[in-house]
Design a protein around this ligand. Structure first.
Ligand code: GDP
Length: 463
């Protein structure tokens, strides 16, 4: 090929390549690891035997294939796709271990361009998709940036009622006995911080309460054990004016300094370093587990989702706008683990999620962000079918429990509306955890509507 023609071709081809940074978040156990594993798996089968009938790229026969690229950023851990696939192909299969920190993977997706002009010069284009996984708990920390240590403490102290209050007894008893003005007792502060962190974990594990602050305390990643994650809210009795005079080396002064450092170097830094660079965001919400756990857990999940959404509220004078110029243009809310309920309940899952999300969405100024809700099972672990009960066909799910025993059941109805008192009184919703299905090594993972999610998130980029 003459060199001018070749150079034009290279130039056009580079122009045709695109890049998108797609972030996936959700509270822990929402299904991030399973979602990213399935997303990579589905796209890597794009060119051979795609299992993505709802993706327009596939319908148009333009998908050519995808592969993982060398790790793009040295300072970020790589998403461990190989270990995840190994776990899923074990006998019996097990769920991949969740990631606990931010991680990243880059995919190069090859496709045939849509535009005839581009196709005439180059029959292939590449979309580079950087997938970033980060814990949703980190987004719960945004409000800290507009609160002083004393304001934050007052707010947290106000939350210590009911189940939270009971779980907090150990650290609050010790913290209330601290003298704010005495020279800082480092050992005691670390000890109470440890109890406080244990309390946050207990809120999540035993109370089903996910709205915990600071979010980094439960998923500290590389910060584990550092003084910056060794503070707690001030719950001792002292009036604010007196506390403001506490010296910087006092118990109160050290806690306040750690809080300020955490806000500036951990929270703000996350928004500057990671959040600011995201183009599209997936927020995974497990709506089913809180329905299983009861009204307090459900209410708390709503609070947490509302809180997560604050990070997308840019507004002109919003805190986010002051931190950086956000560029996210699409957010997908996905109700995960849809294979835990029969297919007739999927529309209810979506309408429930829409209600959870819309209330917060309507109250805030979201500029230029397109939003969608859908249900998804990243890795389908059950098979829907029917069972005969007293001569009548009833919907049911078949699967295997974690101990490998087969089970057929009807897990219950998902409410289409935010559940009212009567739902909780007549609670018939109950489901176990299923282990993944044994899938053939060379076939794409079974899923529900991953293709619809991919079409929404990436479809317009395959031009
Ligand atoms: P993460 O903490 O957000 O990364 O959550 P994971 O992806 O590790 O998922 C937590 C657990 O939820 C898994 O161990 C599975 O038990 C379950 N899970 C996640 N995705 C699915 C799914 O698509 N179907 C089913 N049945 N269970 C799922």
């Amino acid at each position: 090929m003459p060199s001018v023609k070749r150079r034009v071709k290279q130039w056009v081809s580079r122009g045709a390549d695109r890049h998108v940074r797609l972030a996936v978040t959700g509270l822990s156990r929402a299904g991030k690891t399973a979602f990213i594993t399935s997303l990579i798996n589905q796209l890597t089968h794009l060119g051979t035997e795609p299992n993505l009938p709802l993706m327009s790229l596939v319908q148009q026969g333009r998908g050519l294939g995808a592969r993982r690229e060398p790790h793009p950023h040295m300072h970020l851990p790589a998403f461990d796709y190989d270990s995840a696939m190994q776990a899923l192909h074990q006998t019996p299969p097990v769920w991949p271990s969740p990631t606990r920190d931010v991680s990243e993977v880059r995919l190069a997706v090859r496709y045939r361009p849509q535009s005839a002009a581009l196709r005439a010069i180059n029959e292939m284009a590449t979309l580079y998709v950087d997938i970033v996984d980060y814990p949703g708990e980190w987004l719960l920390d945004l409000p800290l940036l507009s609160q002083s240590y004393s304001q934050w403490s007052a707010k947290q102290a106000g939350l210590l009622t009911g189940r939270r209050g009971e779980l907090a007894a150990t650290w609050t008893t010790k913290a209330a006995a601290l003298d704010p003005f005495a020279p800082a007792d480092e050992k005691m502060l670390a000890d109470i911080a440890e109890d406080y962190t244990a309390f946050l974990h207990q809120c999540k594990a035993h109370g089903g309460l996910h709205w915990v602050q600071p979010g980094r305390f439960v998923l500290p990643g590389e910060l584990a054990g550092a003084p910056v994650v060794q503070f707690f809210p001030w719950v001792g009795k002292q009036d604010e004016q007196a506390l403001a005079k506490a010296g910087k080396d006092s118990n109160y002064g050290v806690l306040k300094a750690r809080y300020d450092y955490y806000c500036e170097h951990v929270v703000a830094n996350f928004y500057r370093e990671h959040f600011a660079k995201i183009d599209r965001q997936v927020i995974l919400v497990d709506t089913l587990q809180p329905l299983n756990a009861g009204p307090a857990a459900f209410h708390d999940m709503r609070l947490a989702v509302e809180q997560l959404m604050q990070s997308f509220k840019y507004g002109k004078s919003g805190l986010m706008k002051r931190l950086f110029s956000p560029r996210i243009d699409k957010v997908l809310f996905a109700a995960t683990k849809a294979d835990h309920v029969t297919p007739d309940q999927h529309p209810n899952m979506v309408s429930l999620l829409q209600q959870i999300v819309h209330q917060a969405w309507q109250q805030a100024a979201f500029e230029g962000i397109d939003m969608r809700c859908q249900s998804v099972a990243a890795i389908e672990a059950t098979t829907p079918g029917y069972v005969s009960v007293k001569g009548e066909n009833q919907r049911a799910l078949k699967g295997f429990l974690a101990d490998n025993s087969p089970v057929t059941l009807y897990p219950g109805d998902v409410p289409a509306q935010l559940p009212e008192e009567t739902f909780w009184q007549a609670q018939g919703f109950d489901f176990p955890s299923f282990r993944p299905q044994q899938a053939p090594l060379d076939a794409p993972l079974p899923h529900i509507r991953m293709d619809k999610a991919l079409d929404y998130l990436l479809g317009d980029k395959f031009r």
